[in-house]
Write a protein that binds this ligand. Structure first.
Ligand code: FES
Length: 169
């Protein structure tokens, strides 16, 4: 772990991923799209995957989120590119944190946003393809669906503005 950026809270790795997130942006021809919201803070994230022969060939993400959420999602895209759907489903929070050097305990929940977006994108892909959806992905989808509804209800006005902005891009 390194921390020469003067920040008490974040490692250099976190700051680098935040300042220049990898694979950031929209994907117009995605095979699967995951959109999730964090009920604790109202942050929203989209993750797009392009799949060929069951392998994630390309991935992109967009986020209206905090520094930790952006850095963790950037790492997630690096980790899953080139992996099979099965391997991506098994991605562990610990692997992400390891890549970041460390993440403050109070910010670990932010890393969940990227993982949830990934599993939602996989759910979307498998469902569109009529393929079998693993139990873990199904369960996360149910949880994410409820969380997304809560965020939309709780942050109604903001959410409308954000959707509008997203559509216009
Ligand atoms: Fe919202 Fe981190 S504070 S995801």
């Amino acid at each position: 772990m390194s921390n020469s950026n003067g920040s008490q809270l974040y490692t250099d790795e976190v700051m680098e991923h935040f300042k220049e997130p990898h694979n950031y942006g929209k994907m117009r021809d995605a095979d699967g799209i995951g959109k999730v919201g964090n009920i604790r803070c109202g942050d929203v994230m989209w993750l797009y995957i392009k799949v060929e022969d069951n392998v994630i060939k390309d991935v992109k993400f967009e986020a209206y989120g905090c520094l930790a959420a952006i850095a963790t999602s950037s790492v997630i895209t690096d980790l899953i590119k080139g992996k099979s759907i099965k391997e991506a489903v098994e991605l562990k929070k610990e692997e992400i944190i390891e890549q970041l050097g460390d993440l403050p305990q109070v910010k670990v929940h932010c890393s969940v946003l990227g993982v949830d977006a990934l599993l939602e994108a996989i759910y979307d892909y498998l469902q569109k393809q009529g393929k079998k959806i693993p139990e873990k992905v199904k369960q996360r989808h149910q949880k994410n669906k409820k969380a997304k509804e809560k965020v939309e209800e709780q942050y109604e006005d903001w959410s409308k503005v954000e959707e509008k902005l997203h559509e216009q891009e």
